[in-house]
Design a protein around this ligand. Structure first.
Ligand code: 3H9
Length: 703
């Protein structure tokens, strides 16, 4: 017997323990070992029942995601066939679920006749999140067990359910109380089934899963979700699979599921989402920072500035049960900030996302103060004051005076030089950038900016903290705008310039949203504030002075007080939340183009796509070459989680690989020629892109 399985007998019950750390992913070797152990139990006349359990922290996290896209994914025994074999067992099979049972892990449990779970277990079918659908019987067995509607919810949302919810759904037969021995309970449960001669496979509770569903249920479900699923393949295929469970035999349904799964698995979308899955885990691995480094304890946090950003940052900690002190200079501003936080929690209570008790508990964790002395004992202080270097430096001088030794001092700057901020303290090793994205309590991205002198311990501690507050952390080096905002610049530059050359804002934004971006870049500027963009530009006029067309239109909007959504006018006009094309903006672009000597022309959607996207990609590749980003996957994570780039395109650099690096380079060179002086000025291919293409590399990596 291989070491991947722990096989032993407990009286008449065979215990098969999956033992492939860390999460018992069902790769080919584990599948083969499970098949072998199962056959051994069947062949042993002494064995009357079998318990399958997982050793370590998971029952099983499902199929081995790294096998997809290679023949290993379906190598014998493939998971679907193995589970059909398990489902035919003449001896009762009991799944004993502790930790997580996800994807193929839960499907394994579904192939067993019985399921019993620990109280703290979570069970789910998250395949759609990686562009797949349950492909080992989940779309067929789950509807037969808990009904089509509940099964569809679990499959489409990908959201795991708790053990108690699973019990209520009929997904598990029994939940073992905390502190009780799950394996002993499962063994006793199996023995009891034997004693009562229970069937190895009890009849399905929902043999006709569609019973009770309205006749148009699936069509209506698809119509209701059409907007949310826009462009995405996996939910559509998953729906078809569940529909098949409602319209034919299990056998036919399994065949249909297999075909749909193969379609999803070979799709570019699933490749992109799997790339994102692994990128998120890789991002936490920092060369030179050992996994075993001793972390600094962070039990008390302080946030300087109770504005929208500071308040949102504070909420993250309260949500995670960490006490946080919010500091402001004036009582009025502090009261406003605290009231704003309460208002946000109130709205969560109204939407049923939070109970009134949780609201009270969270507010009780947030303390306001006007005194720096009150934050002297904080383990971490995050500054979130006005984005100007001198102001932030003043705050850090004060922090250096008042904070205890060993406190981590973080700045939430979005563009400024973290090293210049650290330099005003006597402890630059304790200073780090923590760039939260707005709204800070909702957006999951956290750019962690490692200064020249930031210590490895401070970096490791903040990465661990990011996990505690449920953020996706990506480490960036110091440069203007770090990873995200630095890439935003050339991307947004093209959008602005294209409007001068003849496109309308709606055309530019439409191309980007058609690609799947949550928002077009010009709408995004309207939302963030044309005045905010103006202030950022003001701080670096020298660096951009050589291009007279650069953001000319946005400057013009600013001079008219058209700050975007908040003033009702920007690149668009706004009536309530409705965005309306503004022909005065087009007229203004015409005048400016004339003044600047830019010939206006009809612009194709392809040109908009290529100029915006290729410039975005080019900057990302340059950041990698400069060592600001560690890996291309980090850059993709920033854009997916901070800027609404569609996850199913895998992020800008993964998208570039899909388009072909040669095509991206050729596009940049094309516009360099075609756009005259402007092209010569800005369409400079990143040397790393040129090297990659010359060397015939399809993947973006340092060379
Ligand atoms: C599926 O099942 C398809 C079937 O329906 C049909 C098949 C025919 N595979 O996240 P963590 C690695 S699709 C490979 O840091 P946590 C992970 O990369 C699958 N590797 O820990 C990491 O490696 P490393 C459906 C996996 O405690 C390490 O394990 N299942 C897999 O924060 C620790 O992971 C899912 O989508 C995997 N399935 O979270 C579940 N899972 O240390 C995906 C994990 O080298 N997994 N790894 O960086 C998860 O959601 C989380 O990993 C889990 C643990 C909640 C389990």
């Amino acid at each position: 017997m291989t070491t991947l399985i722990d096989y032993r007998l407990e009286g008449q019950v065979a215990l098969i323990g999956l033992a492939r750390p860390p999460v018992n992913a069902l790769g080919q070797p584990l599948r083969a070992a499970l098949a072998e152990a199962f056959e051994r139990a069947l062949a042993d006349a002494q064995v009357c029942a079998v318990v399958i359990h997982g050793q370590g922290r998971a029952f099983s996290a499902g199929a081995d995601i790294s096998e997809f896209g290679s023949p290993a994914a379906f190598a014998t025994p493939d998971l679907a066939s193995l589970l059909c074999r398990l489902a035919e067992s003449p001896k009762p099979l009991v799944a004993a679920i502790a930790g997580t049972a996800l994807g193929g892990g839960l499907e394994t449990a579904l192939a067993c006749g019985y399921r019993i779970s620990a109280a703290n277990a979570t069970l789910g079918l998250p395949e759609t999140r990686i562009g797949l659908l349950p492909g080992a019987g989940g779309t067929q067995r789950l509807p037969r067990l808990i009904g089509a509607q509940a099964a569809l919810e679990m499959i489409i949302s990908g959201e795991p359910v708790s053990a108690s919810k699973a019990l209520a759904l009929g997904l598990v037969d029994q939940v073992v109380a905390e502190g009780e021995d799950l394996l002993a309970a499962a063994t006793a449960f199996a023995a009891a089934r034997v004693a009562e001669s229970a069937p190895a496979q009890p009849a399905w509770r929902h043999a006709d899963p569609a019973q009770g569903l309205p006749s148009q249920f699936f069509d209506e479900y698809a119509a209701t979700h059409a907007r949310r699923w826009k462009g995405q393949l996996a939910p559509v295929l998953a729906l078809q699979a569940v529909q098949a469970a409602c319209s034919g035999s299990l056998q036919a349904g399994l065949a249909k599921e297999h075909a749909l799964f193969a379609q999803a698995e070979s799709s570019a979308q699933s490749t992109a989402l799997r790339h994102q899955f692994f990128a998120q885990r890789e991002a936490l691995k920092i060369p030179g920072v050992s996994k075993d480094i001793a972390l600094r304890p962070v039990q008390r946090v302080a946030v300087i500035g109770a504005g929208t950003m500071g308040g949102g940052i504070a909420m993250n900690f309260a949500n995670a049960g960490i006490p946080v002190t919010l500091l402001e200079l004036k009582g009025e501003a502090l009261d406003r900030g605290l009231a704003q936080i309460r208002k946000q929690y109130d709205s969560s209570v109204k939407r049923g996302k939070l109970t009134p008790q949780q609201l009270d508990a969270r507010m009780a964790l947030i303390t306001g103060t006007l005194e720096y002395a009150d934050i002297a004992q904080a383990d971490l202080v995050i500054e979130a004051v006005f984005e100007r270097l001198s102001i932030k430096q003043n705050v850090f001088r004060t922090l250096d005076e008042v904070c205890k030794a060993g406190a981590i001092l973080a700045t939430n700057t979005s563009t400024l030089d973290v090293d210049l901020i650290a330099a005003v303290t006597r402890r630059p090793q304790d200073v780090i950038g923590l760039h939260f994205f707005s709204p800070a309590n909702i957006m999951r991205l956290l750019e962690v900016v490692r200064g020249r002198e930031t210590s490895a311990q401070v970096l490791a501690t903040t990465l661990d903290l990011a996990r505690r507050i449920d953020k996706i952390a990506v480490v960036s080096g110091v440069c203007f705008g770090f990873i995200g905002n630095r890439m935003l610049e050339p991307y947004a530059r093209e959008a602005h310039r294209l409007v001068l050359e003849g496109a309308t804002p709606a055309q530019v934004d439409g191309v980007l949203t058609d690609l799947g971006l949550a928002m077009g870049v010009l709408s995004m500027y309207d939302l963030a504030g044309i005045d905010v963009g103006y202030l950022v530009r003001e701080s670096r006029r020298e660096a951009i002075a050589h291009d007279a067309s650069y953001f000319k239109l946005a400057d013009e909007l600013y001079s008219h007080g058209h700050y975007g959504q908040k003033t009702g006018r920007g690149f668009y006009r706004y009536e309530g939340r409705e965005r309306i094309e503004d022909y005065e903006v087009v007229a203004c672009a015409e005048v400016l183009a004339h003044e600047l000597g830019i010939a206006r022309r009809a612009i194709s959607n392809e040109e908009i796509h290529d100029r915006c996207l290729f410039m975005l990609i080019n900057e990302g590749i340059q950041l990698l070459d400069d060592g600001i980003a560690q890996r291309s996957g980090d850059i993709d994570l920033v854009w997916i989680n901070g800027y609404g780039f569609p996850a199913w395109l895998g992020g800008p650099l993964h998208y570039a690989e899909r388009l072909g690096l040669g095509r991206v380079l050729a596009g940049i060179e094309h516009y360099r020629e075609q756009l005259g002086g402007y092209g010569q000025m800005w369409f400079e291919p990143a040397p790393l892109l040129q090297r990659l293409v010359a060397a015939g590399h399809a993947r973006i990596q340092r060379l």
